[in-house]
Write a protein that binds this ligand. Sequence first.
Ligand SMILES: C[S@@+](CC[C@H](N)C(=O)[O-])C[C@H]1O[C@@H](n2cnc3c(N)ncnc32)[C@H](O)[C@@H]1O
Length: 288
Amino acid sequence: MTDVENDVNETLKISYISKIAFCKYSSVYPYSNEKLNVLFKNLDLNDKDVLTVAGSGDHAFYSYNNGANNVDLFDVNLLAKYYYYLRTWIIKYYNSFYFDTINKFKNYNEFSRYFGILFNLVNPTSEDEEKAHEYWKLLYEKCSIKWKNNGLGFFLRSKLFRGDTERINSISDLSVIKDKLANNYSDFYNCDITGDQTGIDKVYDVIFLSNIFEYVDDEEIKRLKYNIYRLLKDDGYIVLSNVRENLTQINENFLSDVFSFEKLPIILNLSGSFINSGVVLTKKRRWR
Ligand SMILES: C[S@@+](CC[C@H](N)C(=O)[O-])C[C@H]1O[C@@H](n2cnc3c(N)ncnc32)[C@H](O)[C@@H]1O
């Protein structure tokens, strides 16, 4: 069995647990639940080399749209990598930031065909893209056998996507992103950013961690702090973007020996609380 076949089989096993856990085969975020227009308005991405958690891919696309030179991605969930390629094809071939919602179609059959047509348009230009293409075509076939006419569309809605949150972000002019995607190659690291070995061997001007601090335990946070310090250029910055709550005072105290903080403007989050749209960390002294 090839790696791609194995990934498709594991994808089809996605269960309720994979919707709440963050692991190699988990459900994916179809779109970001953060107010990215506000966040990016307050950041300078011009000509920056960016490392971002993949999630829905929105942070990567917003980075390119705001002038980033190159964007690499990491995620503990391998399916976020496949989803990232799906997003790039929807941008490139359907000229749309997101895929059309099921509401635009008469039924799941038409919704599935919308993806089937897309996969026939794709012409991969790298080994990773080739693998992603194989993955989606095989998943499409297997879903058509398993769920007949409902096929892939049904699987995406009911299994692969985490709660279909509202689409609160959008980019209408996709020309900058298309140009960057055509001329750049993104490395994707399927790793735990709190692990001993991330496999990431470059340094970056900007690093985005979306909500990861909210989920780590006492041991993980120590390695996370070391990893992000090491991956950041001396004059670079890290963005901890939030959706649920502000960074806790405990986390702030823990990070403050090596990082300075700048809190970004207050927003109303999805559950109706006022929180900072993000926190920017810069290095204040050398790691000892
Ligand atoms: C934490 S979720 C938050 C979603 C976010 N608010 C958004 O707007 O997309 C983002 C992604 O982080 C990934 N993730 C969580 N913990 C991780 C870790 N320790 N290392 C690498 N990726 C992680 C998840 O798999 C998920 O795809």
